[in-house]
Ligand binder design. Structure first.
Ligand SMILES: [Zn+2]
Length: 70
């Protein structure tokens, strides 16, 4: 069974608030009480971070794995 990785967003994302095009940025995230950095789409204007559905639903184990690598 192949394990899926978090795929980078290829389509353009626009912030709902400022209509600014979002760009990849390293953001701090917290999971299970641990802080780590992850690359996510972020609005350069208001700093809103877009969390893809794949990340929000069931891909957190992947984040946990990348945490252990550090
Ligand atoms: Zn924005």
């Amino acid at each position: 069974m192949a394990q899926k990785v978090i795929e980078p967003e290829t389509r353009k994302l626009v912030c709902n608030k400022c209509q600014q095009e979002m760009a990849m940025a390293e953001v701090s995230a917290t999971y299970l009480g641990a802080n780590f950095e992850i690359e996510l789409m972020k609005c350069p204007s208001c700093g809103l971070v877009y969390v893809p559905d794949s990340l929000a639903t069931g891909k957190m184990e992947q984040l946990e794995l990348s945490l252990e690598d550090k």
